[in-house]
Design a protein around this ligand. Structure first.
Ligand code: NIG
Ligand code: FE
Length: 415
């Protein structure tokens, strides 16, 4: 067995004996040890404590290797529970149209938006999509992401959706990161089904889901519950069909409108409802009284110049909230979780402790990985961010835009 002892950690962040999803006030508690050591055995966290107690612990002589963190801060890697990183092409031309005054709806009406990505994805080979997504995954892991959820939803045809999910399966098999796959066939209605919703819903339930279940291609089912996309009734129909095949719901809700998506997700027992830019008291209360996690995607709000998610109201109401990047070519062309954490503090007034908890432990729970990842806990996987020397934890969101990561460890191995 290989064992590595990390010494002289300025601050070891997110140390917990046992973990649960954090809600309301609990999000502000981020237990840390100053001047700490951390012992790793193979890919797993074996022990940690104060440097003052290291000599009597006997770990110094036990460890096969020692790494002097020399005053760095160590925290669990980011758990990004909402992304769309399998796509065939960026969409910066639409970005420039928008700068010149066109609206999201204008662009969608011209065949832009999700349909633009779908056209390109259907033309791309599986290998090409894999290669591109792999590059993105590599970049994200260097930015500290250690676990990630990836959605389909740019296929919108039986072949295209299955192709995307096969790419995600290959990523799962090849990557050291923990990856969860979500089927988002209900991302938008393809043009040929614009006036035949029933027809596309049947494609999903009769031609996509049975193959996905048979070939074990997804963990979750997602629907874009939004005016002009999928109604709450259609969302429920698709989710129930997915659930009958063993897929739990994680849905896009309340992004552009009070879509009813939050209440629908809660009623279905969704793992998470994601976006939540547009919330009223009823939606907030329904989430607060549920076991569903509210996943906030501040970089999507930023990129679309929308009001940010009401993080403070959600936390005050007692909700469990996670933070994720929504990395996709249309509304969040960045998967940098350091930026997500900074933006949630700067724009949504989350405290640094709340933001880090939401981007680590609660993100892990939003992928049902909370027992393996998201905190410094004995028995959990050794997924670590080692920072450059920083004066305090609040410096991370404060000094937004600086790359403060020195190195990253995934399952006991340095990148
Ligand atoms: O999560 N909201 C729906 N889907 C994506 C954006 C899709 C796109 O424009 O490609 C999102 O923001
Ligand atoms: Fe999304």
């Amino acid at each position: 067995m290989a064992s590595l002892l990390i010494t002289n950690i300025h601050q070891l962040v997110g140390v917990r004996a046992l973990t649960t999803v954090l809600r309301g006030d609990q999000l502000a508690e981020l237990p840390c040890i100053d001047k700490a050591y951390l012992l790793i055995e193979d890919d797993t966290i074996a022990a940690f404590g104060s440097m003052d107690d290291l000599d009597k612990s006997g770990y110094r002589s036990m460890a096969s290797e020692t790494y002097d963190a020399a005053g760095a801060t160590v925290l669990p890697t980011w758990c990004d529970s909402h992304t769309h990183i399998v796509f065939a092409a960026s969409r910066e031309e639409e970005f420039v149209y928008k700068l010149k005054g066109m609206s999201y709806a204008d662009i969608a009406a011209k065949g832009g938006g999700i349909l633009n990505s779908a056209r390109k994805l259907n033309e791309a080979s599986e290998d090409e999509l894999f290669h591109q997504a792999w590059q993105r995954l590599e970049e994200l892991s260097r930015l500290g992401t250690g676990a990630i959820e990836i959605k389909s939803g740019y296929g919108l045809t039986v072949e295209g959706e299955l192709k995307m999910l096969r790419v995600i399966k290959r990523l799962k098999q090849r990557s050291a990161l923990d990856i969860k796959a979500t089927f988002l066939g209900a991302h938008t209605y393809p043009t040929e089904f614009k006036n035949n919703h029933q027809g596309y819903l049947q494609q999903i339930t009769e031609h996509m889901l049975p193959v996905i279940a048979r070939d074990n291609l997804a963990d979750y089912i997602d629907v874009f519950c939004e005016e002009g996309f999928f109604s709450p009734e259609e969302t429920e129909h698709v989710c129930k069909a997915g659930m009958a095949h063993g897929l739990k719901p994680k849905i896009h809700a309340n992004q552009l409108n009070l879509s009813g998506g939050t209440q629908t997700g809660v009623r279905l027992g969704a793992i998470s409802v994601d976006h939540l830019e547009t919330m009223d008291e009823d939606a907030i209360q329904s989430l607060a009284q549920s076991n569903t996690i509210g996943t906030l995607l501040p970089t999507a709000a930023f990129f679309l110049r929308m009001p940010f998610q009401p993080a403070r109201a959600l936390i005050d109401a007692g909700c469990a909230i996670a933070l994720a990047s929504d990395f996709n070519p249309g509304s969040s062309p960045s998967g940098n979780m350091n930026l997500v954490v900074a933006m949630s503090c700067i724009q949504m007034k989350m405290l640094p402790e709340e933001a880090i908890n939401a981007a680590t432990l609660n993100g892990a729970y939003a992928m049902e990985l909370g027992e393996q990842l998201g905190s410094i806990t004995v028995g959990k996987k050794a997924n670590l961010i080692v920072t450059r020397p920083i004066p305090s934890l609040a410096y991370l969101p404060y000094a937004f835009g600086s790359n403060l990561i020195d190195t990253v460890m995934i399952k006991g191995a340095w990148l």
